[in-house]
Each structure stands twice: as structure tokens, then as C-alpha cells.
Write a protein that binds this ligand. Structure first.
Ligand code: SF4
Length: 364
């Protein structure tokens, strides 16, 4: 990871449906993805994390409608393309070759009546017409080997593979054209924990080898702690916190992040009660006034019910932003969201580079 930006999303707004009944799935969200970075996006179901990732790369399908923002992709030759403005011919070239996608259910994504080899070579044939059939076959075997599956399996059909192997095939397909950005939408959710860990290890190795960036979407923050360099947390369609993974895990600054972290048991250290988050996410057709999290927040105070907090730098570190009024008042910040930062040296090693301070809340 070298801190070079590769995808810069600013003010992204996405609705499902139109008119007064439209669901505002993502509201003025801004994030930067750096070369070789694993950016985790976490949040409960319906928080907008998948919609954000799919819309910012124009992979979102109807009835999703992008209503505002930009998503600038930076290329090695110095050119820049706003994916939200690009016409379909440009997008067709960029898909798979620059941006690819791994979905949760490989069984649904793979064609059940085609062999693994046919599916891999089809993807290659669609984008690299100049290479021969023989070369495509060799490349398919190489890709399978790359994700830890023997090339004997090239002639298998998807139903002949285990869930973990099918997911690895999906990863091989996503990497076939050496994209710069791979979006992984809950890629290991349907797998047992041992297979999940194996695949995460494999992904980290592949990322180190090829240098692509990953947007890894999950509701499971504990997974992101293992793989992500930095983590963005979404709630009700808004980004509420972003930080290097280690910092977010050890010292969350937003009460919602704290709630997510309190929703899974720690594997090490003393036993601590799991408190979780009371209540449910709001109806996105009409979100609460002020801070959208206030009905569920145990720290809420008067201002939270009226004013919308903006993402702002907390603790003087430009790579840490949170949208919470607790960090913008005269009283001391509650200890739960003011834990000491983790070791400075470890942090510096894991940080992709300063995140531009972004504004989101005031536009909601
Ligand atoms: Fe809780 Fe208020 Fe912070 Fe929102 S702004 S997370 S309601 S303390």
C-alpha cells in the first residue's frame, strides 16, 4: 500500500425508487480508496454499505438510482474517469479489467451447467480477444492454482465443489484480468469460520502479490479487524466513522461503532458482557431529525435530536473522522469513546495516508 488514491468518492447519494416514497439508501457519502488498500465497510443490514460500493463503481442495478456525487477513478497513465458520468462503452471496458465484484453466493453467481474452465475462459475471451484458446486454458489453470485449487478441478461443475471452493473460483474470476479494485460483498458470510479464515489469508496473500485494492463489505466487524487496513462504518445510509482498522477496533470514537464492537465476544482477555445496540435501524424513507442514531444512542443529549453532525477529524489525527457531537462540546468525552489510541508505530504502519476531511451530515 503506498497511499496513492485509486478511487475517490465524493457526496454519493443513492435512492431506491423515486418521489416522496423514495428510500434514501446512501446520503452524501465520501470515501477514498488507496492503491493496495483493503477498505472494510461495516454496518447492520440496510445501512447502505453494499449500495455505496456498488453505486460508486456503477454496478448498482435498478431500482437503485444515483442522485448525486462523483466517483473518480485514477489510472496509472495519469488519466481520471468519473465512473458516475462515464458512458456505457467506457464502463464495459472498465468492468472486470479495472473493477470486479465477488458476491456472497457463488452458487448463484456461477453458471450451474458450465464447467469451471468454461466460465474462466469465457471471462478471459470477453476481454482479451487477442489471446489464443490454448493460452486462455493455461491461464484458467493458473488462476485456479492461484486461489489454491488444483487444476484437476477445471472440468468440474459448480455443484461438484464445496462452498469454499466455489467462493475461491469467484475470486479467481474476479482477479482474471488483474483489476485495480475488487469489491467483495459479504464474500465469506455463507462459509464456516475455518474456511472464512483460509479465504481471508488467501486474499491477503493475493493482495500483497498483485497490489489490487479491496472494498470488503460485511456486517461482521470482527472479520474486518483481520483483513482491513482501514474501516468505514455506515449507519442508515451515512458514513459515521472511518479510521485505520487497529485504531477503530481499540479506540472507537462513534457510539454506533462502539455498539457494533460490543456485539461480538472478544477472543482474548477478560470476559466482558456483550451489550449490543438496542432498537432497530430507522425506516430510510423518514429518518429521525438530528443525529440519525440518536433514538438508539445511550449518550444522546439535547443537541443530538436537532442538529445533524458532520464527519469531522477527531483527536487531531486527519486519518480519523467521526460524525458525533460528543467530540464537539465543552464537556469531557465519555471514556467509552475516548480510549487511548493504539501503539503509534503500529498505527503508522497500517495507515494508508490522510483521509481528506469530508462533510456529510449537514446535507441530510
Ligand atoms: Fe449519539 Fe449524539 Fe453522537 Fe449521535 S451525535 S452518536 S446521538 S452522542
Amino acid at each position: 500500500m503506498n497511499g496513492e488514491r485509486i478511487l475517490e468518492v465524493r457526496g454519493l447519494c443513492v435512492d431506491y425508487g423515486q418521489g416522496p416514497g423514495a428510500v434514501h439508501a446512501v446520503t452524501a457519502a465520501s470515501l477514498t480508496l488507496h492503491k493496495g488498500e483493503v477498505l472494510g465497510i461495516a454496518g447492520e443490514s440496510g445501512s447502505g454499505k453494499s449500495t455505496f460500493a456498488l453505486a460508486s463503481t456503477r454496478l448498482l442495478r435498478p431500482p437503485g438510482v444515483i442522485t448525486g456525487g462523483s466517483a473518480r477513478m485514477y489510472f496509472e497513465d495519469g488519466s481520471v474517469v468519473d465512473l458516475l458520468e462515464a458512458d456505457y462503452d467506457v464502463l464495459r471496458v472498465l468492468r472486470w479489467s479495472q473493477v470486479s465484484l465477488v458476491l456472497q453466493s457463488a452458487m448463484n453467481a456461477l453458471n450451474p451447467v458450465m464447467t469451471i474452465r468454461a466460465q474462466l475462459t469465457d471471462a478471459l475471451a470477453a476481454h482479451e480477444r487477442e489471446i489464443s484458446r490454448q493460452e486462455r486454458r493455461a491461464r484458467a489453470a493458473e488462476l485456479l492454482d492461484m486461489v489454491g485449487i488444483s487444476s484437476d478441478r477445471l472440468t468440474s461443475h459448480p455443484h461438484e465443489l464445496s462452498g469454499g471452493m466455489r467462493q475461491r473460483v469467484m475470486i479467481a474470476m474476479a482477479l482474471a484480468l488483474r483489476p485495480q479494485v475488487v469489491i467483495m460483498d459479504e464474500p465469506t458470510t455463507a462459509l464456516d469460520v475455518v474456511t472464512q479464515r483460509e479465504i481471508l489469508e488467501e486474499l491477503k496473500n493475493l493482495r500483497d502479490r498483485f497490489g489490487f485494492a479491496i472494498i470488503f463489505i460485511t456486517h461482521d466487524l470482527s472479520l474486518l479487524i483481520e483483513i482491513a487496513d482501514s474501516i468505514a462504518v455506515m449507519y442508515a445510509g451515512k458514513l459515521v466513522e472511518r479510521a485505520p482498522a487497529d485504531a477503530l477496533f481499540h479506540a472507537p470514537r462513534h457510539p454506533y461503532t462502539l455498539g457494533l464492537l460490543s456485539s461480538f465476544p472478544p477472543l482474548h482477555g477478560p470476559r466482558t458482557p456483550m451489550t449490543g445496540i438496542p432498537g432497530s435501524p430507522p425506516d430510510l424513507r423518514s429518518v429521525p431529525a438530528g443525529c440519525v442514531f440518536h433514538p438508539r444512542c445511550r449518550f444522546a443529549f439535547d443537541r443530538c435530536t436537532v442538529d445533524v453532525p458532520s464527519l469531522a477529524v477527531v483527536g487531531g489525527r486527519p486519518d480519523r473522522v467521526a460524525a458525533c457531537w460528543l467530540h464537539d462540546r465543552d464537556k469531557p468525552v465519555p471514556a467509552e469513546v475516548a480510549a487511548p489510541e493504539p501503539d503509534e508505530a503500529a498505527w503508522a504502519a497500517s495507515t494508508p495516508g490522510p483521509e481528506e476531511p469530508v462533510q456529510q451530515g449537514s446535507t441530510a
